[in-house]
Design a protein around this ligand. Structure first.
Ligand code: KG4
Ligand code: ZN
Length: 343
């Protein structure tokens, strides 16, 4: 496969990622994480993440080039997550990207992390259909988007009004005594549980909007567990995990299918860390099939933060001959989803 050879750099949270993509072909995806340093705090500590990025950046970049078997001088462009994310963490990646772009004399693309979560699916399933609906579920965001063109036009259809889906996973894990981040251990525990054991609330299920709310669900799980503990009983972790996961997947997939139907769109793509969730993937597959919607979800390793997703979006932008960002492109911790490329 041919196409532009693009280096992607990701440092918006706790993962230091460097990816190399040629066109839509993934050549290397190198990721280091500082998660172990945060887990005892039950959440990512921004300053710790920034320092870890500084230490990991060069080794992660070197590993990506070695794995891909290409030299830095061969790349056509550098793409980097310019936002949204933790300000200090973003700065490290943006500074590294600027150094590579300036030193090599290559164009620099400061891109949106959320659009990159959608664009990464092209590495596995080919060009995104236009338009498609994207369900974006990560630690900080839960959004439904109509995406006519992932390199430039992204229209918000709905979003969470409080906690993101990933945030709810992380908080519920804490209640259940499971490690941080909560998604993977809840997913695992739920495999042995009964998803119908407890009927947790599905907020905004029938409200006619494409918005989400997960704060009430998180509180409901905490109250339920507390009541059991107060009564001197054990909390059935597997059943609670399965029942919580069922509620999250139910609301997300119902609204995603609804978004497709209302907008007459036949293709749904799911991205972000929570898209790695086994129940969400299975329920989305079943509901899309029942509604005649084509579903695309990247493999779990590409759902969580990585550099390949940034390279994938950058390569699409280079292929579309979009003008690059200026070399002084800022990191923007609250970059809106509609700003796909920062100029
Ligand atoms: O996209 P991501 O890696 O980082 C952000 O951009 O936020 O998403 C991280 C989130 C965390 O909240 C984590 O608990 C969740 O994704 N997550 C999962 C799974 N794997 C990661 N949630 C549910 N099931 C999983 N298997
Ligand atoms: Zn992410």
């Amino acid at each position: 496969m041919s196409g532009p050879l693009v280096l992607g750099i990701e440092t918006s949270c706790d993962e230091t990622g460097a990816g190399l993509v040629r066109g839509r072909e993934l050549l290397a995806d190198s990721v280091a994480t500082s998660m172990d340093e945060h887990s005892r705090f039950g959440g990512v500590v921004p300053e710790v993440a920034s320092r870890a990025h500084l230490e990991a950046m060069v080794p992660v970049l070197d590993a990506a080039f070695a794995r891909a078997g290409v030299k830095p001088s061969e790349i056509d462009a550098v793409a980097v997550t310019a936002g949204p994310g933790l300000a200090g963490a973003l700065l490290v990646g943006v500074a590294a990207a600027k150094a590579y772009a300036y030193g090599l004399g290559k164009p620099l693309y400061g891109v949106n992390h959320l659009a990159a979560h959608v664009a990464v699916d092209q590495l596995e399933h080919g060009p995104l259909p236009s338009p498609c609906v994207a369900l974006l579920v990560s630690g900080g965001h839960s959004s439904l988007l109509e995406v006519p063109d992932v390199t430039g036009i992204v229209k918000p259809l709905g979003a969470t009004i409080d906690d993101a889906a990933g945030e709810a996973y992380d908080k519920v894990a804490r209640v259940l005594g499971l490690p941080f981040p909560g998604g993977p251990p809840i997913d695992k525990a739920a495999a042995d549980g009964n998803p119908e054991a407890i009927r947790f609330p599905r907020a905004k299920y029938h409200d006619g909007t494409l918005d989400f709310s997960f704060a009430g669900l998180k509180t409901a799980v905490a109250r339920w567990a507390e009541a059991r503990r107060d009564a001197g009983e054990d909390v059935p972790v597997a059943d609670v995990a399965a029942s919580f996961q069922e509620a999250v997947a139910d609301v997300l997939t119902r609204k995603a299918v609804d978004a497709c139907k209302r907008n007459g769109v036949g293709d749904l793509v799911i991205g972000g860390g929570v898209a790695a969730n086994s129940r969400l993937r299975a329920m989305a597959a079943a509901r899309c099939e029942a509604s005649g919607i084509r579903l695309r979800v990247p493999r779990p390793g590409l759902c969580t933060d990585n550099g390949a997703m940034v390279a994938a979006l950058g390569a699409s932008m280079v292929a579309a001959e979009l003008p690059p960002s200026p070399l002084d492109v800022p990191a923007d911790s609250s970059l809106p989803i509609t700003d796909v490329l920062v100029r």
